[in-house]
Design a protein around this ligand. Structure first.
Ligand SMILES: Nc1ncnc2c1ncn2[C@@H]1O[C@H](COP(=O)(O)OP(=O)(O)OP(=O)(O)O)[C@@H](O)[C@H]1O
Length: 365
């Protein structure tokens, strides 16, 4: 049994303009200690999916279907008191806007100590000592004096680290980070990512990292789920996704990262914007933006299938799955992109050849 099992999660918002299906039949799993990324453009449903893990979707939203099992128990059916214990103790969420997430009237130390006290992890002097040790652990210099700082006295990078410390204060098994590096400068981003990697291995904490930035994913994740219009369009181990993207949307996301993909001009860029969430396109939701779309793409929605075999995927498999008619065998002309990733090391060039109805093959040049 995986640490977290999400099955057919479906979340709707009831708005004046109609029903928004923010998350639509999402399934995935996270193993203990694993770093798992959810990527996609703004509005793809990443944050709503994350909030759902702790049953935190408020009105006008509603989880209308699916299960979220943590250690085998459905979070969405837990009694209130158990759910409260789960939040923070077992699963912690760090939101994107760190300044807003910290309470302005409490010092950094008080916020960490209060979290420990509320979850009965530690109190009094012990909590204070542990809080200072945690601040040091997340790389904050002079932790002793930072302990007494108020949130407004912190820079963005430090505030983000403090939030990670708050998140880790109860030693959760799963830490959900929503856009943790947004708004930070590149150096601070790199430091934070390094820190997350280190924490994940030393605390054995699994991480669900939510981001729109595939560059961030490349730095520190084991597996990746790509979302588009509320649905999973691709899921793969991180290397596999970068070297052999199976969905044209993923290829488009990759094309926008500098450095990765020396032959970027051969990848399709992404014209247009995200789909209308109230009236998504028929068939494959990505088809209006897809350079390889054929008639079938507008009329029939592709299932999530294993890219090698074309057989139906389930949440449990660790391998490479995608929702594109190319992999169900229904696309006549195939995917015409090629990815050629040139590593820093001189002899580490790998790539994929252009797709076709015969399937995409490796092209180790
Ligand atoms: N409170 C709300 N009321 C109405 N619609 C909402 C609400 N919250 C989210 N949505 C809708 O749900 C969909 C998914 O939103 P979500 O915030 O999960 O996307 P996201 O992928 O996390 O994007 P971002 O990167 O911008 O945070 C969007 O269409 C959004 O408009």
């Amino acid at each position: 049994m995986a640490l977290l099992e999400v099955e057919n999660l479906t979340v709707q918002f009831y708005t004046e303009d109609g029903v928004v299906r923010a998350v639509d039949g999402l399934s995935y799993e996270i193993e203990a200690g694993e770093t798992f990324a959810i990527v996609g453009e703004s509005g793809a449903g990443k944050s709503v999916a994350s909030l759902s893990l702790l049953d935190l979707v408020g009105r006008p939203g509603e989880i209308v279907d699916g299960e979220v099992r943590f250690r085998g128990r459905n979070v969405l059916e837990l009694p209130r008191e158990e759910l409260r214990r789960l939040r923070g103790n077992d699963v912690a969420i760090v939101f994107q806007d760190s300044q807003a997430a910290l309470d302005p009237v409490y010092t950094v130390g008080e916020q960490i100590v209060e979290t420990m006290r509320a979850h009965e992890v530690a109190s009094g002097r012990e909590a204070r000592e542990r809080a200072i040790a945690l601040l040091e652990r997340v790389g904050i210099a002079d932790a002793q004096s930072r302990y007494s700082d108020y949130p407004h006295e912190l820079s963005g990078g430090i505030a983000q680290r403090v939030l990670v410390a708050v998140g880790l204060s109860c030693e959760p098994d799963l830490l959900i980070l929503d856009e943790p590096t947004t708004g930070l400068d590149v150096t601070i981003q790199a430091q934070l990512l390094e820190l997350l990697e280190e924490l994940a291995s030393s605390f054995e904490t699994a991480i669900q990292l939510v981001t729109h930035d595939l560059g961030v994913v490349a730095e520190c994740c084991d597996r990746v789920l790509v979302m588009y219009g509320g649905r999973a369009v691709e899921r793969a181990p991180v290397e596999e996704l970068f070297y052999d993207p199976a969905h044209p949307y993923t290829a488009g996301l990759l094309a926008s990262i500098p450095r990765i993909g020396a032959d970027r001009e051969r990848l399709p860029s992404l014209p247009g914007g995200p789909p209308n969430p109230i009236q998504p396109p028929t068939g494959c939701r990505f088809h209006p933006r897809c350079p390889y779309a054929e008639e079938v793409c507008a009329t029939s929605e592709p299932d999530l299938v294993e890219t090698e075999t074309g057989t139906a995927a389930d949440a449990t498999r660790q391998d490479h799955v995608a929702a594109c008619h190319e992999h169900t065998g229904d696309l006549e002309d195939g995917l015409g992109y090629a990815v050629r990733v040139v590593d820093d090391s001189p002899d580490a060039t790998r790539g994929t050849s252009p797709g076709g109805s015969s399937g995409r093959g490796h092209d180790d040049r």
